[in-house]
Design a protein around this ligand. Structure first.
Ligand code: NI
Length: 228
């Protein structure tokens, strides 16, 4: 499921993050630093050094926003989140078709994360740059995403995707991966739709006893499918 998450950050918070990334002393390095061999051939962008204090500080802000957003918990059922990374595409930069690596160990961490869900948090206002769309293969059709600053998209890490070349301005974004308690995208999708339907019913008919049965089914499907 490709799901936009509106307003993960307020416009103001996205702007403050941009200002930090645009500062003259921001530690930008070649984006190939975190790409596998095959992906590195397709990748042409810049990233904030993964182990820098700036990446850690801004990453923590993104993680705090993730925890506050109700759609993320419902759609991802996150178990582990890779420390957020930040990238920049200037004119001519792009990232060709690739699939994100399945297993990633954050620097200094003891555990490896299985990347079930990929996330891109857009930080630049769309009108400030041309090109730079995130294109995700959605059952043979390309889904194009270019969201307002502070909005995020989550998508299955199993998909082929690319970032189109930027032809004007600069595209700043934050990206990371999550390991879900439910590995399979189709199962996560069902659980998400069921949870959303239960919440909508609960808002209108909170006293209906059928809601107890429905939420029981939701939890018991989680019990059947979750790996911890
Ligand atoms: Ni990718």
């Amino acid at each position: 499921m490709i799901l936009p998450i509106p307003s993960l950050l307020t416009e103001h918070a996205a702007q403050a993050m941009r200002a930090r990334l645009e500062a003259a002393n921001a530690p930008w390095v070649d984006g190939r630093a975190t790409a596998g061999t095959r992906a590195a051939r397709a990748k042409q962008n810049l990233q904030i050094a993964e182990d820098s204090p700036l990446a850690r500080e801004l990453g923590l802000q993104v993680l705090a926003a993730l925890e506050r957003h109700p759609l993320v918990a419902s759609a991802v059922l996150p178990r582990m989140v890779y420390p957020p990374l930040f990238n920049r595409y200037d004119v001519g930069m792009h990232y060709g078709d690739h699939v994100d690596a399945a297993l990633r160990r954050p620097p200094g961490a003891r555990t490896t994360i299985r990347t079930d869900v990929s996330a891109t948090l857009f930080l630049s206002p769309p009108e400030s740059y041309d090109g730079g769309e995130l294109l995700i293969d959605d059952g043979g059709q390309a889904r194009s995403l270019k969201l307002p600053a502070g909005h995020m998209v989550i998508y299955p890490a199993t998909t082929v995707h690319h970032v189109a070349p930027v032809t004007r301005g600069t595209r700043l974004a934050c990206f990371f991966w999550m390991q879900s308690a439910v590995r399979d995208d189709a199962r996560r999708d069902l659980l998400f739709r069921l949870d959303q339907a239960i919440q909508a019913l609960d808002a209108r008919h909170a006293a209906d006893p059928a809601l107890v049965a429905l939420s029981g089914i939701y939890y018991n499907l989680q019990r059947m499918w979750a790996e911890l």
